[in-house]
Design a protein around this ligand. Sequence first.
Ligand code: NAD
Length: 500
Amino acid sequence: MADVQYGHFVAGQTVAGTSGRFGDIFNPSFGEVTAQVALATATEVDQAVQAAKAAQPGWAALNPQRRARVMFKFKSLLEDNMDELAKLLSEQHGKVIADSKGDIQRGLEVIEFACGVPHLMKGEYSEGAGPGIDVYSMRQPLGVVAGITPFNFPAMIPMWMFGVAIACGNTFVLKPSEKDPGVPIRLGELFMEAGAPEGVLNVVNGDKEAVDAILAHPDIKAVSFVGSSDIAQYVYATGTATGKRVQAMGGAKNHGIVLPDADMDQTVQDIIGAAYGSAGERCMALSVAVCVGDKTADTLIEKLLPEIDALRVGIATDPEAHYGPVITAAHRDKIARYIQMSVDEGAKLIVDGRDFSLQGYEDGFFIGPSLFDDVTSDMQSYKDEIFGPVLQVMRAQTVEQAMNLASNHQYGNGVAIFTRNGQAAREFAQRVNVGMVGINVPIPVPVAYHSFGGWKRSAFGDVNQHGPEGIRFYTKVKTVTQRWPEGDVTDQSFIIPTMQ
Ligand code: NAD
């Protein structure tokens, strides 16, 4: 047994798991088990739901400004605890400290957005819609809602969800990834410290058993999921079948389209960071570079090579490292298998990261950067998400061909175009069949006050994360038609009322 054992955080208390089932948590830089996490049963999920249910009416009854005050305080606690949180995040995830701070900061920005909830929840009002009749609408919380999150953004993604949901007056059950639950548990504790009543935010650790218990629970009104596409589709189908509102974000394969007129030096810098940052374990990683014209491809590769050579792969706490290890040995091996698959399929391997080993940390889950050329759309290694530090270069002869690659791919999370041509970029943004578009921006993650969401197999459900769509997801609209009659009683009417 490891020294640290994570249980759950329910009704403001840390509680030990009772299932007797545990998952291992690694420090991926060392390849060692450093902690264990309890995996919840349906009974434990129910305990968290009951805590959330008990807290919900009181929380929703607070005026929105008072709920916002907890968000303000929570934001400042995140800032105060940034170093501690980033260290814990890096130790369990493997991303470098600066990147962990970015993960927390992006979540914090959603909390900042949620501080505006008194304004964001305002309804609409139509005076004099008929004789003495006014119509108004209000947004009301759903009740108890749940979030199920992936390993790769253990701070940002939980905050995308609970930040908005709780500000709107819902109470929350979070089921974070069992691979790095340390930061999500700390977020629960800090949220209490910020003044949230007990039961408003609960964290239940677990695996499929806990997810299934959430999906089946009659008191959970909505489920937000982020993870891989097959599980997202399963969560969407199962959750909606039991009448829940569900948004389920899935995997990705993000293309960067490089036009011949792009600023090549800047494009190379952008692609290097977006392809290899966080070891490629980002749903918005730029994993395919589509070059328009052979000359563009040759120049891009020529300029990428020294930059790839200069990449420093190190332990997560190495301040000089560009990226750290991947999450598990199994995931590293899966990435290596995709590299071999790509070779077997006929792609040209220019840089092979498979033999990389970090001296002194030979047990760490490291993999060096890989670069392919001549990747084609029929290859399975192109169709699938690899989720590692592998960049696949493709060659297209026209912008139209390049755009069609992104548009026709099964995933449609993000896409970027690199060009100096405003007209081409504008047309591309309008026509491409992908949910988030960057124009000379390699990772077009929308800011907190816009909404995040891909298309096709990158998202199931209609409503995106955070921003205005987040408010819509976590509230339901009630519309009131009111009349305060004076004078004579009017006759009965058997026809549908109109405003004639
Ligand atoms: P994952 O699908 O393995 O796990 C996500 C969550 O689902 C976890 O909480 C996990 O416990 C749970 N889960 C795992 N297997 C399950 C099963 N069989 N039944 C029910 N629940 C199950 O994903 P991951 O490996 O943690 O994260 C990486 C994936 O997430 C990548 O595909 C990445 O692209 C995607 N992702 C997408 C976005 C987005 O917004 N589109 C953002 C981040 C990550």
